[in-house]
Design a protein around this ligand. Structure first.
Ligand SMILES: *Cc1c(COP(=O)(O)O)cnc(C)c1O
Length: 471
């Protein structure tokens, strides 16, 4: 045994370093609001800082943890209102550490017995909350992007017309999706070889919801062009503005034409846990599949996504492949050998992160999180509407609120420049963290209220801050 290897696996050093890290993070959590939400540095400066660090070997890992903490964005800050990632709940983050340490591979049951059983329990809870029957089931996978691709691969195998896994694509296949859908749907379709022609974009209305009254005509047109539409994707909700498509209407259309309905619920699928806001997902139980990111609206560290199927048996059709070294019985529908249904082979023990929250605080904690933040989105929208200098993109359904500063006599272009400059200023000052989005040619300041401790006070401070910028 070399001395380096000995040191790298030394249990007393681990204990010491672990205590240091937990203390550091607990202090951070306690005092975060005395610091800024974000410390902006230019990429070259940041690189320089780390190049200096990389010149030395340093056994003192605590200074490394401190440096990373200082130069990272702080999601637990009340003025963090940017991208849609959860401030991780401590118990779920500790479970992440457990997963990282144990490193069970998860592709087969024996490489992660506890996490495999918990994956069934967790995904069954999702299915129940969504209103699915006993036939339903699913699994966890790494991210909404991968979950959407996996669902579409399954949809194509089930509704694509022939055994595509064996024979390849024989027809001109297409999907239908709202023009406001997340870019990963477009990407998934292109990965699958559908090309631009295979992506039928459905226009949205003034609330950025799919115009479902256009579906019949669009399908008709596609069929006349010789395309076979095998899937339609509903957004619940859209990323830019947090708009929920009318899932009921889409489900009726999909059912009538035997098209697979997949819901991209990466952000807003978790609303199913909210007694107050689950109405936004009305009709979701009719969907063939739905993806829900737990690292967005469920307080779980990245990256953990549930992919649920109305008929669990469908999920075994996606990859009809045999891997003899992994499974003795490649054809069997075994719930516990997750690698049969996921694109990933090795994956994280994601279920323990979700389950640790459920076990400690009950599923009610997800209701509290979603409801608090969706309520806050509505409060913020009211504050913006009541303010003469600000304009909303649309009244929000979720915790995503897009707005802009408006000034008299400014052209659209000048307003875009102004709001772009506001966002840049906010990013560089670091007191708040917000992002921006362009919808229909207009630049909006985009906030996603991800922190349940954010209150009207911080929101009103943000509006004041923007108003008083000398731009
Ligand atoms: C965030 C998001 C995605 C992408 O999910 P990742 O987990 O980041 O891969 C897909 N769709 C929607 C609607 C999203 O909000």
């Amino acid at each position: 045994m070399t001395s380096l290897l000995h040191a790298a696996y030394n249990s007393s050093q681990f204990r010491e370093q672990g205590h240091l890290l937990i203390d550091l993070l607990a202090d951070y959590l306690q005092n975060i609001d005395t610091q800024s939400a974000n410390k902006w540095t230019k990429p070259a400066e940041q690189l320089h800082l780390w190049e200096n660090d990389a010149r030395q070997t340093n056994a003192d890992v605590s200074s490394f943890f401190e440096m990373v903490l200082a130069d990272s964005i702080h999601l637990h800050h009340k003025k963090y209102m940017g991208h849609q990632i959860s401030p991780a709940a401590p118990v779920a983050a500790l479970s992440s550490l457990l997963s990282a340490f144990l490193n069970n591979g998860m592709a087969v049951y024996e490489m992660g017995a506890s996490a495999s059983a918990l994956e069934k329990i967790v995904t069954d809870i999702f299915c129940k909350v969504l209103g699915y029957s006993e036939q339903a089931g699913g699994f966890l996978t790494s991210g909404g992007t991968l979950a959407n691709l996996t669902a579409l691969l399954c949809a194509r195998q089930v509704c694509g017309g022939n055994d595509i896994w064996q024979e390849g694509q024989q027809e001109k296949l297409a999907i239908m999706v709202s023009e406001e859908a997340h870019y990963c749907i477009d990407r998934a379709a292109r990965i699958m070889g559908l090309g631009a022609e295979g992506i039928i974009k459905v226009p949205t209305d003034q609330h950025f919801m799919m115009q479902t009254n256009l579906l019949e005509d669009l399908l008709d047109k596609a069929q006349k062009q010789g395309k076979k539409v095998f899937a339609i994707i509903g957004s619940a909700c859209s990323t830019s503005t947090g708009s929920y498509d009318d899932l009921e209407a889409i489900a009726n259309f999909a059912e009538k034409h035997r098209i697979w309905l997949h819901i991209d619920g990466a952000h807003g699928g978790a609303a199913a846990f909210s007694q107050k806001y689950k109405y936004l997902l009305k009709g979701v139980h009719k969907a063939n599949s739905i993806a829900i990111d737990c690292h967005k609206m469920m307080m779980v560290p990245s990256i953990t996504t549930a992919l649920l199927f109305r008929n669990e048996s469908d999920s075994f059709q996606t990859f009809a492949q045999k891997a003899q070294y992994l499974w003795d019985n490649a054809e069997e529908k075994e719930w516990y050998n997750y690698g049969k249904r996921t694109l990933e082979c090795t994956k994280l023990m994601m279920s323990i992160k979700v389950y640790s929250l459920i076990r400690t605080y009950s599923v009610q904690v997800f209701d509290d999180f979603v409801t608090t933040l969706y309520d806050l989105g509505r409060t913020f929208a009211q504050m913006i509407s009541a303010h003469p200098k600000f304009e909303l993109a649309t009244s929000p359904s979720a915790n995503i609120v897009c707005f802009r500063l408006v000034k008299n006599k400014m052209s659209q272009e000048q307003l875009n420049e102004l709001n772009g400059a506001i966002r840049k200023n906010i990013l560089e000052k670091g007191d708040f963290y917000i992002v921006q989005t362009a919808v229909r040619g207009k630049i909006y300041l985009r906030t996603t209220l991800m922190n349940p401790f954010t209150t009207e006070k911080e929101l009103s401070e943000l509006l004041h801050y923007i108003e008083n910028l000398a731009l």
